[in-house]
Each structure stands twice: as C-alpha cells, then as structure tokens.
Write a protein that binds this ligand. Structure first.
Ligand code: PRP
Ligand code: URA
Length: 261
C-alpha cells in the first residue's frame, strides 16, 4: 500500500486537500485508509499553521511499536520517552537563542544557548512519561504538574492536582499529554495556564503523541494561539471517546493498570 502522508504525497497538485478529496488520504502517519466522510474530515480539521504533524521516519517507526497491542509497558514507556524527545526537538525549532561566549580547545568563539525560560506541564498521569525526555532536551526547564482525569461517563475533565508556581515566570509553556481525544483535558489545561498568567507574550504549545480530529478542532476553536505538535492525527473517536486506531489507554499502557487478566 502506498504511503498516504499529507503534505508530502498530496493529490495531483500536491496539496493535502486534494489528497483527501481523492479519497487516498489516511492518517497522517500512513495507516490504512479510514472509512470516513472526507468532506466531514476536512471541515472538522483543515490543516492550519497551528497543527504540526511530524513526518519524520523515526517517529513513524516508533509509533507502530507504541500502537501495537503486544507492546508491553516497559517497552511502551521507552517508546513514549523516545517519541517525546523527537516531538520536543521539533516543537523547539522556533525557540530563541542568545549568544554565549565559550572557548573551544583551539580558540574563543560565540556559541548559543537557549534564550527562553521553559515550563513543562505534564498532565497526570499519562503525561508523566514524557517529562524525562523533555528535561534531557531542556535541562533548565521547570516542571509543573497538573492532574486531570476524564470522567468516564461525561468525558469531561476533572482537575484534582495543581502544582503551578505562584506566577508565570516563563516564556514558553509546553503541555505534555500523549493523547488529544475530545480535547476537553487539553482545553482545560490551557485555560488553567492562561488564568494563571500564561498569556501573550508567554506562549503555550501542546505536545501530544496521537491526536483525534475532534480534539484538534476543539483546541483550535477555543485557543487559536496554541500550537499543537503531534506524531499522528488519527481517524476519529469511538463511542467511549477513545482515539481510533489510537493505542488504547495511554496511562494504563504505561503503568500496567486497567487489565482484567
Ligand atoms: C487521558 C489522556 C488525556 C485525556 C485525553 O487521560 O492522557 O489527559 O485522557 O482525553 P480528552 O481529550 O477527551 O480529554 P485520562 O483521563 O485517561 O487519565 P490518566 O492519564 O490518569 O489515565
Ligand atoms: N485517553 C487515552 O488514553 N486514550 C484515548 O484513546 C483517549 C483518551
């Protein structure tokens, strides 16, 4: 099956829209053609400058391992960490740097260091698995935890923990959560951050491993200023609010919970 990756393969004129209308588009990561109404899909999530779906081959490769039902929690956590590093690398591409005077063994030179103060906001509990990789990339970042869980019946987010400092003393907040499903948790997290003081010029970016069109649409409608970086944009949600094809429950798969056997 040919890969159908929007933005690269495209339709006859190479655009994402023509690819979808031709019925050849699948998920951004090249998984099989979904059985959805493409006009609905385009209406729900038109590609916009705020949505970034990684096209990196290493990301696609690792996603397959993550999605596989046979991947055990240890390996799952490892791949969450690796994918987070790769997505973080892409999401930081526009961060400002400032000059740094150093000496190489041969001579002095002007190098660079990160010029923005960064806050990492993992959404408990599944976002915890993304923190270490981000701290490797940005050792000076601060980590603040936000606890939200989705009420299984209403699918609405419930806040149960908030460890933000007294004031927003950063330039960029990265919200870390493997899954963007209905968008309820992400929207709630962004609202908490904005009320707390993360407003222009402070920027907020959302880093997800897998996103659903519904969640992207909700975040973009409520917070058009927030950039979303993800490894895959999947087909849709099922009746329980799970992303399809997705990877199942990201928290349960990392922490080995939720099994009946
Ligand atoms: C998952 C996931 C997101 C949320 C996404 O968390 O990690 O936070 O669901 O769904 P939404 O976009 O519909 O809000 P969950 O509520 O399962 O909690 P957990 O991390 O403790 O397992
Ligand atoms: N949360 C998850 O962990 N997985 C989904 O598919 C949706 C929400």
């Amino acid at each position: 099956m040919p890969l159908a990756r929007w933005g690269r393969s495209g339709g006859k004129d190479g655009t994402r829209e023509t690819e979808a209308l031709a019925g050849r588009a699948a998920c951004y990561d090249g998984s099989p053609k979904p059985d959805l109404d493409f006009r609905r899909f385009l209406r729900v999530v038109m590609p916009t400058p705020t949505l970034h779906v990684s096209q990196h081959p290493a990301v696609l490769h690792k996603l397959a391992i993550l999605r596989d039902v046979n991947t055990e929690p240890k390996k799952f956590r490892e791949v969450v960490r690796e994918l987070s590093w790769l997505l973080g690398y892409e999401a930081l591409a526009d961060v400002a740097v400032r000059p740094l005077e150093i000496r190489t063994p041969l001579e002095p030179m002007t190098a660079h260091e990160l010029g923005e103060r960064i806050g990492l906001v993992p959404i408990l509990r599944a976002g915890l698995g993304m923190v270490d990789a981000m701290l490797e990339l940005m050792p000076t970042a601060q980590g603040w935890h936000l606890g939200l869980f989705r009420d299984e019946r209403t699918l609405s987010p419930v806040e149960y923990y908030n460890k933000l400092p007294d004031s927003a003393t950063v330039d960029l907040c990265l919200i870390l959560d493997p899954m963007l499903a209905t968008g309820g948790s992400a929207t709630a997290a962004i609202e908490v951050l904005k009320k707390w003081g993360a407003v222009t010029p402070v920027r907020i970016k959302l880093i997800n491993l897998i996103a659903a069109p519904e969640g992207v649409a909700q975040v973009q409608a409520a917070h058009p200023d927030v950039e979303i970086h993800c490894a895959a944009l999947d087909r849709s949600l099922n009746e329980k609010g799970y992303i399809q094809p997705g990877l199942g429950d990201a928290g349960d798969r990392q922490f080995g919970t939720g099994r009946s056997d």
